[in-house]
Write a protein that binds this ligand. Structure first.
Ligand SMILES: NC(=O)c1ccc[n+]([C@@H]2O[C@H](COP(=O)([O-])OP(=O)(O)OC[C@H]3O[C@@H](n4cnc5c(N)ncnc54)[C@H](O)[C@@H]3O)[C@@H](O)[C@H]2O)c1
Length: 279
């Protein structure tokens, strides 16, 4: 069980994910791909689910070759419960079980409140909040001893890692009302699901990054007419006392800590991975 006392284990064993099976949503690029890479390096077999099946498959192939793990790329829309359940079933069937689920898929359109439509609001919540609920439910059903589709030893418990944001702790830039609301929801879900799933041997943790340049937010900035290359790095660091902009791997290493037995005594927390931005 993932909540057992592991105090006597050596460090190499605590960080190892060998023999564990993980799903990373939105793992075709950006933070999700970096997280999938560290999980694979630690030995986990993977299913990378993404709207972009081609890019998810390419990422899975790359990680399988680099780390000698089994990796599958699959089409998955986290707002579609049937698609999430199908991908989870595929992970169980083809990888042999499920112990780690990373709810990473997220969207962050910037629309000033006075212009924001209900459709935009609903879509952001559908991906960033409802998607976390659906992913957690489908994961827990398969990780728990009583759920359908668990592995032959009757489910061994597991870990659900939600990629939140510093926007789950405070307001962000103008135009991000739906995003900030949805990330507060994801952080709240992390706390509540930790309580509800602990008896099933399932831990739930959140990771809250500050701004990290990725394909997604560079495209979002470009769509808003902002060229991030023209913004001084000092502005992008926001209030980071660490004095540099974060990288996807800065976030992935925290996600690995959450997914591994290093964090066996933790559940319900959302860890700020923000260079001290919110300190
Ligand atoms: N990059 C940052 O600065 C930052 C900061 C804080 C939090 N985050 C969070 O990290 C997560 C990843 O962000 P990123 O910057 O890597 O974004 P990204 O846009 O670069 O990558 C997101 C991936 O998710 C996929 N995706 C989008 N909607 C999906 C859906 N409905 N179903 C399945 N897949 C879907 C996309 O196809 C893409 O591959 C998001 O939850 C985001 O809110 C990012």
């Amino acid at each position: 069980m993932s909540t057992a006392d592991v105090s006597g284990k050596p460090l190499t064993e605590l960080v190892s994910l060998r023999g564990r099976r993980a799903v990373v949503t939105g793992g075709a690029r950006g933070l999700g791909k970096a997280i999938a890479a560290r999980l694979a390096e630690a030995g986990a077999d993977l299913l990378i689910g993404d709207l972009d099946e081609e890019q998810a498959t390419a990422a899975a192939k790359e990680l399988a070759e680099r780390h000698g793990v089994r990796a599958i790329g699959a089409a998955m829309d986290v707002t579609d419960a049937a698609a999430v359940a199908a991908a989870a079933d595929r992970a169980v069937a083809e990888l042999g079980g499920l112990e780690i689920w990373v709810n990473n898929a997220g969207i962050f359109p910037a629309v000033p409140l006075l212009e924001m439509t209900e459709e935009t609001w609903d879509q952001v919540f559908a991906v960033n909040a409802r998607g976390v609920f659906i992913g957690a439910r489908e994961a827990a059903r398969r990780m728990s001893a009583t759920g359908p589709g668990n592995d032959s030893d009757g489910g061994r418990g597991g870990v659900i890692v939600n990629i939140v944001s510093t926007a789950g702790f405070r307001g962000s830039a103008p135009g991000l009302a739906a995003y900030v609301g949805s990330k507060h929801a994801a952080r709240g879900l992390t706390r509540e699901l930790a309580l509800e799933l602990a008896p099933l041997g399932i831990r739930v943790l959140g990771v809250a990054p500050s701004f990290v340049p990725t394909e997604g937010n560079l495209a979002m900035a470009a769509a808003a007419g902002v060229n991030l290359d023209e913004i001084p790095p000092t502005a992008l660091m926001l209030n980071s006392p660490i004095g540099r902009v974060g990288t996807p791997d800065d976030i992935a290493r925290v996600a690995l800590f959450c997914a591994s037995d290093l964090s066996a005594f933790m559940t319900g927390s959302t860890l700020l991975a923000d260079g001290g931005d919110t300190a």
